[in-house]
Design a protein around this ligand. Sequence first.
Ligand SMILES: Cc1cc2nc3c(=O)[nH]c(=O)nc-3n(C[C@H](O)[C@H](O)[C@H](O)COP(=O)(O)OP(=O)(O)OC[C@H]3O[C@@H](n4cnc5c(N)ncnc54)[C@H](O)[C@@H]3O)c2cc1C
Length: 404
Amino acid sequence: MRQRHALIVGGGIAGAMTAMSLHKAGISSTVHEAYRTGADDAGAFLVLFHNGLEALRTVDAHRAVLDVSFPAERVEMLAHTGDSVGVRPVAGGGADDTGTLGPRTLRRATLYRALHDEAIRRGVTIEHGKRLVAADTAPDGRVTARFADGTCAEGDLLVGADGLHSVTRTLIDPGAPAPRHTGQITVCGYTPEVPPEAAPPPGTYRMIQGRRAFLGCTAAPDGEVWWFANTPGGELDREELATGTPAELDRWRDHVLALLSEDASPAAEIVRGSRGIVATNAYDMARTPVWHRASMVVLGDAAHAAAPNAAQGASMAIEDSVVLAKCLRDLPGVPEAFSRFESLRRNRVEAVVERSARLNDRVVPRPAEARKGPGRDDDSGSDWLLDYRIDWDAPVGDDAGARA
Ligand SMILES: Cc1cc2nc3c(=O)[nH]c(=O)nc-3n(C[C@H](O)[C@H](O)[C@H](O)COP(=O)(O)OP(=O)(O)OC[C@H]3O[C@@H](n4cnc5c(N)ncnc54)[C@H](O)[C@@H]3O)c2cc1C
């Protein structure tokens, strides 16, 4: 049988991972990324929990990420007074005797770069400056992608890994819903010199429940403190979010400091010395009714976007990529593989979106929930989210509810 070729639109997390997963499944691909150099640093830094890391391991891509990240082992909750109200291991954190990979923190741009370089090392072609604007499918299923620079590319299928504001999503379904702004602006920053009494201990996420804003922070191995603040606010345009000039940086720092001004916690001390800040609109997308049409499919944020609060969007994109490759490996028809992919993934990813939305309801979390911190819904010990594993060698099942 002729080897199938996939067009992957978007060279972010899902794009590079899909290329590597398809490669392992014996399907060739080309990644078409809109940006000339790489994607921007929206979101600043992120955490990959062990479900995402284990999905990376399925295609042997975990080492590339472990090499450029650092561990998140415990969460300490602080009240607005600065008093500690509890410390517990991060769900899935630390080493365990099964060899499960624990949560890791890294910059989003670093994750992009690591996956991008690993995909290229495996022979994947990534073309930059290719912004998808249209696509047509022929009766035989072949698909032609058309780019803003006037060029086009042909393949047997097209995977839309083009993120939150996906063009592929609307090519598949012109009536597809747009992302919803959650009423929050996430502000992330990097502070090189934090006084020892204010800095979180190594391996610790300190979550500080302020009166008007919530701040989470952790220390990188070089001592720099990485922080994020959930701040209330409506959708802003690119200029309003800009933090590139000293004046813009000062404005955003002052904005966060004003929200922390009533607190006696170390939060303001951490924010005051920050040198770099990234401000992002927080969006989510509860349900995308149509994921695929003919030879085109969406995955990752293009199909389902969770608000940042559950810290799971990247892990979901990684899991999607591996499961889609398995479906294409095991099922002869492309539409059939897409249907199976959707049946294996939809419930899970929509549950994650819903969990994030619940956490997003409050800028200032209620203490009982705040104590649970990232990655845990309850104290039962069972965790449908983090304990999810993909068995690469097992064929995808016949039933709609089958595990990947
Ligand atoms: C503030 C914030 C914090 C977050 N924290 C976490 C966290 O801690 N843990 C976690 O797991 N997730 C986190 N996330 C979510 C995570 O960043 C996303 O879920 C993840 O990036 C989705 O990956 P993706 O590949 O689907 O999309 P993206 O990473 O957005 O990649 C899409 C790619 O497609 C390209 N593209 C777009 N349009 C086109 C086009 N027309 N043609 C060609 N290319 C195109 C883009 O340039 C980009 O490279 C956070 C998000 C935010 C905003």
